[in-house]
Design a protein around this ligand. Structure first.
Ligand code: IPM
Ligand code: MN
Length: 359
């Protein structure tokens, strides 16, 4: 019996989590996997009510679960940064979820904005380092609001943090066995201190993986390749900041943010990992039922895979893939006219056998 923390948070978070759980319930029931859902009232609304972001009790309770299933963080009535640092990044950092795993996969039947590219061209994984870089919050400023204002926002890279992300990525490239290729995405031509550490670590660790081809791309060129020739990628490893940016681009080439799933992973024994769609809380769509929940549904599959419940994960991914493959959705954007619950009802229904998949 797994303990899963359910943390919908803000904006569209609650409505997509409902669909994610609908599908998870169906798949777990089918495969005899039991889990307890532990709801957490965390997010912008509680912050406005009580001033609390994450309490000691929240942290202690979250530390006891097998995984966290998260919706989205960000509230329109709260200044940018408060919830992001106070909730999302604190969870990633304190639970040392040092890998942010983001598959970029174009499913059959999903509209792709790239001309002449199909599912066979877009299937790679981004391993985003998740605990360092400009995200650590080191920096400051003076003379705020004057023409002489000065600020710094420091990018921090440690050998240990860099190495563990790179090592994870090499292992993943080997496990996938697709092209046996790992691309380091950096800006070593400009960031000659920090990204030199990344380059050296990559080359050193790479010596332990003679079966994996080491490949390099500067982040600007990576953006170009992702649009021009996405088929060149197998596994990408990159810094926190660049990983954030290129995975939004990745989401676009896989059909939109509505389909881009992710996991914040602590691979160590006893580590608490957290699964969430890569998109934000999209407050302007909150409560409207127009957001595509496929990213959240697939994050649920990633969570089950991580917990070792591979049959459940495969069930969710296969049925979701087949559902998208029918072409009944195609356009997964908010303009498509599709309803949030439609996706979950259909996918859960196929898993349960109450809906016959369309031809
Ligand atoms: C993401 C998000 C977060 C990030 C924000 C909400 C802090 O954009 O998960 O990609 O920058 O990591
Ligand atoms: Mn992002």
């Amino acid at each position: 019996m797994y303990k899963i923390a359910v943390v919908p948070c803000d904006g569209v978070g609650p409505e997509i989590v409902v669909e994610g759980l609908k599908v998870l319930d169906a798949a777990c029931r089918k495969h005899g996997v039991e889990y307890e859902k532990i709801p957490f009232d965390i997010g912008g609304d509680r912050y406005l009510r009580t001033g609390e972001l994450l309490t000691d009790q929240d942290m202690a309770d979250l530390a006891k679960v097998d995984a966290i299933f998260l919706g989205a963080v960000g509230h329109q009535d709260i200044a940018p940064g408060i919830l992001e640092h106070g909730i999302l990044l604190r969870l990633r950092f304190e639970f040392d979820q040092y890998i942010n795993l983001r598959p970029i996969k174009l499913y059959p039947g999903v509209d792709c904005p790239l001309k002449d590219k199909g599912p066979e061209d877009i299937e790679f994984v981004v391993v985003r380092e998740n605990t360092e870089d400009m995200y650590v919050g080191i920096g400051g400023g003076m003379r705020k609001g004057t023409p002489y204002e000065v600020t710094t926002q420091t990018a921090v890279y440690t050998r240990r943090g860099t190495e563990r992300a790179i090592r994870y990525a090499f292992e993943l490239a080997r496990k996938r066995g697709k092209m046996n290729k790992l691309t380091l995405v950096d800006k070593a031509n400009v960031l000659t201190h920090g990204h030199d550490l990344w380059r050296r670590t990559f080359a050193e660790v790479g010596e332990e993986y003679p079966d994996i081809k080491l490949d390099y791309a500067f982040v600007d060129a990576c953006c170009m390749w992702m649009v021009k020739n996405p088929e060149v990628f197998d596994v990408i490893v990159t810094t926190n900041m660049f990983g954030d940016i290129i995975t939004d681009l990745g989401a676009m080439i896989q059909g939109g943010l509505g389909v881009a799933a992710g996991g914040n992973i602590n691979p160590e024994p006893g580590g608490v990992s957290m699964f969430e769609p890569i998109h934000g809380s999209a407050p302007k769509y909150a409560g409207k039922g127009v957001i595509c929940p496929v990213a959240t549904i697939l994050s649920g599959a990633m969570m089950m895979d991580f917990l070792g419940e591979t049959a459940v994960a495969k069930e969710i991914e296969d049925v979701t893939s087949a559902a998208l493959g029918t072409g009944r959705w195609g356009d997964l954007s908010t303009r498509s006219g599709h309803r949030t619950a439609e996706y979950g009802d259909y996918i859960a229904g196929v898993i349960e056998g109450t809906i016959t998949p369309d031809a």
